[in-house]
Design a protein around this ligand. Sequence first.
Ligand SMILES: Nc1ncnc2c1ncn2[C@@H]1O[C@H](COP(=O)(O)OP(=O)(O)O)[C@@H](O)[C@H]1O
Ligand SMILES: [Mg+2]
Length: 305
Amino acid sequence: MIGKKIGVLMGGISAEREISLKSGAAVAESLIRQGYIVCPIDVNPEIALTLRQENVDVAFIALHGRHGEDGIIQGLLEMMQIPYTGSGVLASALGMDKAQSRKLFIASGLATPASLLLIETEKSIFKTEPLPFGYPAVVKPISEGSSVGVTIVEGPDGMAAALNEAFRFGPKILVEQYIAGYEVHVGILDQAALGAIEIRPQTSFYDYTAKYVKGMSEHIFPAKLPPNIYQEMLALGLKAHLALGCSGYSRADFILDRAYKPYLLEVNTLPGMTETSLLPEIARGVGISFDQLVEKILTTASFGK
Ligand SMILES: Nc1ncnc2c1ncn2[C@@H]1O[C@H](COP(=O)(O)OP(=O)(O)O)[C@@H](O)[C@H]1O
Ligand SMILES: [Mg+2]
């Protein structure tokens, strides 16, 4: 890859734009440090023109959320025959849609929290019908990240506000059984599980503040789990990655209940890549530096996936 021009795609229009700019800056700095020719690109509707004008040979996608993590930019890069990092069109689209990915997880035997998929016209259903799995419940948009629009609802009184909040981000939402226990994320690199990290948020769950404000969550690597459960988490993380047909790298988010039964929440096909993000932290914990991680991801770039 040395001598090739690497376009680092970042920013874009999603709710996670600011995080993506940080991931992109960290990736670009790392590639420059390693002697690559780097072209940082803030993605906008002129992206196809920019890629051609800049003569980009390979795209490192440091976008998160809509138009970046959902198959859209991947489709454009396929059309342009530019190799790109991470998952292909379908895996990306599936990973971004919590309702569709759940169907594949269940088909692969991966446990997910009990849930209901609702469209906006059904939003008053809980005024007349009880929640089948009871409270607390988690209300979330199906295609956002960074915990945007996610609320934990303690009882029926909190439902209306939580539904309104989640529906701000799209026409379909999930209402899920709340699982109390341990939050564990599994990092995947080049079709192998790297490690599992435990997160203990200072807030009531791993919300936007706990994710991005320093000191608002404690990270424990390796996750403090019984050894057999730790190994099981690695296997489940890889299984989740493969269930969606992901490539390159990803991060699978799980909650384990108090008896260590794991429930899969989602697979992030373009997880955070700032130097303090979870996948880089997992990598560091198993002896892979940030620069080595970035280079490894770059070498997995391809198209036609
Ligand atoms: N069913 C659940 N039980 C307990 N906590 C949950 C549940 N669903 C989500 N959470 C909490 O909300 C956070 C964000 O949810 P997640 O489904 O991963 O969406 P996002 O794509 O926004 O990260 C999780 O990291 C976890 O802390
Ligand atoms: Mg998540």
